[in-house]
Design a protein around this ligand. Structure first.
Ligand code: SF4
Ligand code: SF4
Length: 115
């Protein structure tokens, strides 16, 4: 299950550097698949859609930090617990029920991001 940041976020920025997948971005900032991963060139999702790994993607939040679900592995493959949740002073990093994934799926995602 991906982690998401809720509106309690106070924009302290503590979580951003802790993410092993660079899945956390400041509100309003664009994100990329390539940032903090080994993904490069054209990514083929196998469903007819492709995307340039370096192409800036629209921010998912404008006023608080946000997590890109496609890049969050719940820290599986790197740490025993979610690092963002561990450092957040206001417990604003919580499981996102819209992105339920098994440990195996999270490990596959980690291997895809850092293949
Ligand atoms: S749970 Fe881990 S991988 Fe997901 S956003 Fe937080 S620090 Fe990044
Ligand atoms: S650590 Fe918590 S409060 Fe600080 S930016 Fe991240 S989500 Fe927001």
């Amino acid at each position: 299950m991906a982690i998401k940041i809720i509106s309690d976020c106070i924009n302290c920025g503590a979580c951003e550097p802790e993410c092993p997948n660079t899945a956390i971005y400041e509100g309003g900032a664009s994100w990329t698949f390539a940032g903090g991963t080994t993904l490069k060139g054209t990514i083929d999702f196998g469903d007819g859609t492709t995307i340039d790994a370096n192409a800036p993607q629209p921010a998912l939040a404008s006023d608080i930090y946000y997590i890109v679900p496609e890049k969050c592995t719940e820290c599986v493959g790197f740490h025993e617990e979610s690092q963002c949740a561990a450092v957040c002073p206001v417990d604003a990093c919580v499981p996102d029920p819209d992105y339920v994934e098994t440990k195996e799926e999270l490990m596959d995602k980690k291997n895809w991001l850092h293949g």
